[in-house]
Design a protein around this ligand. Sequence first.
Ligand code: CMC
Length: 435
Amino acid sequence: MEGLYVRKGEAELKLPEKTIRIPIYEGSEGERGFDISALRKETGYITYDPGLVNTGACDSQITYINGEKGILRHRGYDIEDLAENCYFLEVAYLLIHGKLPSKREYNAFSDLMNRNSMIHEDMHNFFRNYPEGAHPMAVLSAMVVSLSSFYPEMENPVANEDMDMTVTRLLSKLRTIAAFSYKKSVGEPFVYPSHKYTYCENFLNMMFSSPVSDYKPDPVAVRALNLYLTIHADHEQNCSTSVVRFVGSAGSNLYASISAGICALWGPLHGGANEAVVNMIEGAIRDKLSPESLIAKAKDKASKFRLMGFGHRVYKAYDPRAKIAKRTCKKLLEKLGSSKDPIFEYAMELEDKALKDQYFVDKNLYPNVDFYTGIGYRAMGIPTSMFTVLFALGRLPGWIAQWLEMRDSKAQKIGRPRQIYTGPLKKEFVPLDKR
Ligand code: CMC
């Protein structure tokens, strides 16, 4: 065990054959775990935990969550403080470098970001050949893994300067790829990144400017985008981050690991939920379904329907990111002059009714980060199919920080869970002509 993890006594495990002692470790915020790494060797038993609900796969110094109290901190800083006071790039720097940047460091980081924002011209051909209507998440994942063939020298950063360059290039180029994937989906020419813009301004400009119309990034949208990206920046060992660590644990390069993480994020139970929330509400409004009827359907065990944007594996209280997303969404709609957005109104009514419903109360189901973000993106003019791409853009610094931590950990081993085999016992083999 590394870092601030300390040994805190032992537990006794009584098995039919023998009794063994299992070390207990405690993290810096008091979270305790049994170290069962020697269990099978000592006893022949494994642990069984589908969905890894109770399994700690690593120790980490990046993000702390207390799901019962609704606390989220990165490197010790509360998400509220970071979201209200930082640019997204400051938070990205914090996650990756372990400390908030000084003004000089921040300027150097932004500058490096600008200088590495273009993608190889040959990569443009890939974009051109995707079919109309290709989902931007498919394009994003494929393009990220393709970066390894265009920039092989940044695959496996070793020295600190290489790492800075790799990380900055990836952060900067993912933004360009994301905007290009949108331009491709609407059949418009690509807009190149520009040195005159900040990170979020640049993204909005690449999305919305065109050869026939000038575009000036709206400061309200820029601020909201900074906030939204910040609240997605990391969330410890969630599905996509675990995938990034897992793929990386085989020694695969950073691009391959992130590309796999993007695929995991795409699912509607994970990052794809922001898209699913807006589709769910739009469908309900179109079909004249009341919030009560959605709630009834979500409670009906015979139906597979779930209230999208509700519930969380870790949070059993209000997700602190959802609070920020809701507040930001409200401000955005007010400032952009559409405070009576029907989707936002419906979402607030749905939240209100669900939070009073006994089923949701008993199961501690609250709105999660995805419940209000899509509505905010929509207000900025970002199409639904791009919502999860925005999640990926926000999550990228977290994935990078977790991948680097995994790579540098002394406890690092290839990810390789066990199973309990429940298939047939040994059978006699029958050759093809006798079957
Ligand atoms: N609507 C209705 N019932 C729900 C919901 C929901 N959204 N979420 C959980 N439940 C019920 C579930 O049916 C189960 O009931 P029972 O104990 O009677 O079987 C109970 O609550 C516990 O749910 P679970 O599926 O065992 O919990 P989990 O930790 O495995 O799943 C989750 C977490 C986020 C996948 C789930 O809450 C869900 O499917 N939510 C909707 C999709 C969503 O919003 N995903 C975004 C997650 S946050 C951002 C991110 O990670 O990307």
